[in-house]
Design a protein around this ligand. Structure first.
Ligand SMILES: NC(=O)c1ccc[n+]([C@@H]2O[C@H](COP(=O)([O-])OP(=O)(O)OC[C@H]3O[C@@H](n4cnc5c(N)ncnc54)[C@H](O)[C@@H]3O)[C@@H](O)[C@H]2O)c1
Length: 297
């Protein structure tokens, strides 16, 4: 594989494009929004500068990486020679199904179609294409240039050959791929989201405050950040959407999102991206916010 097309230039798309280009692949990065494309390239520049200042890459690799990325707003042109397409557009099932239907129609017949979805069924995505054996999940973690894991998700019809190709390719990006089957939440979010939900229930039931809960998990379990802070970073709306996928997919009440999480999302408190979540980021501080309303009894 030589030519990679990345659909979407947001948080994940620009990280994925950066990583492939850094390891010598020719990358076409597509976004329907030209402003998002410019922001994506800006981000890649900044992240390359950070890698340079830390001595992870040289000036030459930085220049080579940038020279390997082309940007497009037209998907047809961007996929014309693609060996692999990695879709990292917004997490919306209708949108993903539309994108994969279109990709199937316009990509060469042997192009592998991967999705970076956090929670949408790969089998469902594959079902709108005529090549379900060549559809696979390639779940990179944020920030992509830094995080080692790629969760490789086999849909119901994904072939052994395609799975092997994607596992091998991930290794060439200096990542650790892990193969998992396509069930709700895959592995990463099936385990992470119930932990975050339980932390929110612990707060909701007044067992402890925000910093207390996060401190227990940081200092007691050696987690780099507490679950409530992590939820703020992921986005509380994203956490709620993934919990709903688990709840609907398994029909098991243990995945029911905590009513406090639902209330916070409805109130627009989505975490870092909205300025306020379990902590207040609006003034550049991380003061407790919700804790004031959920004091220990
Ligand atoms: N953010 C994370 O931490 C994270 C981690 C792992 C996986 N993911 C998954 O990665 C995907 C992307 O997430 P993100 O956080 O980068 O989202 P984002 O909102 O930052 O970026 C999405 C981009 O997709 C673009 N887009 C929408 N429709 C498009 C189309 N038809 N063609 C081309 N571009 C289109 C948007 O303009 C936007 O720039 C989602 O499926 C998400 O679940 C996110």
């Amino acid at each position: 594989m030589k030519n990679i097309t990345v659909i979407g230039s947001g948080t994940m798309g620009n990280g994925i494009a950066h990583t492939f280009a850094q390891f010598g692949y020719q990358v076409n990065m597509v976004d329907i929004d030209s402003k998002a494309l410019a922001n994506g390239m800006d981000n890649i520049q900044k992240n390359l500068d950070r890698q340079l200042s830390k001595g992870i890459i040289t000036e030459e690799i930085k220049a080579k990486t940038l020279s390997k990325i082309a940007v497009f707003t037209n998907t047809i042109q961007a996929v014309a020679n693609a060996d692999l397409v990695v879709e990292a557009a917004s997490e919306n099932i209708e949108l993903k199904l539309k994108i994969f239907k279109e990709l199937d129609a316009i990509c060469p017949l042997d192009t592998i179609l991967a999705s970076n979805t956090s929670s949408i069924s790969i089998t469902k995505i594959a079902s709108v294409t005529k090549r379900p054996d060549k559809v696979i999940g390639m779940h990179f973690m944020n920030p992509v240039p830094v995080m080692k894991l790629v969760e490789v998700i086999r849909g119901y019809a994904t072939s052994n050959q395609v799975t092997k190709a994607v596992m091998d390719l991930s290794k060439k990006l200096n990542k650790e791929p892990v193969e998992v089957n396509d069930y709700p939440g895959f592995v990463a979010n099936r385990i992470l989201m119930p932990m975050i939900n339980e932390a929110i229930y612990t707060l909701y039931e007044g067992v402890a405050g925000v910093t207390e809960i996060d401190t227990v998990m940081k200092l007691g379990m050696a987690h780099p950040m507490g679950p409530l802070q992590l939820a703020d970073f992921i986005g509380l709306d994203v956490c709620l959407a993934i919990l709903n996928v688990l709840y609907d997919g398994f029909g098991n009440p243990k995945y029911a999102p905590c009513p406090l999480l639902v209330n916070m999302v409805n109130a627009g408190n989505k975490g870092v991206k909205s300025g306020v979540g379990f902590y207040d980021y609006s003034k550049g501080t991380r003061d407790m916010f919700v804790a004031a309303n959920f004091k220990k009894r």
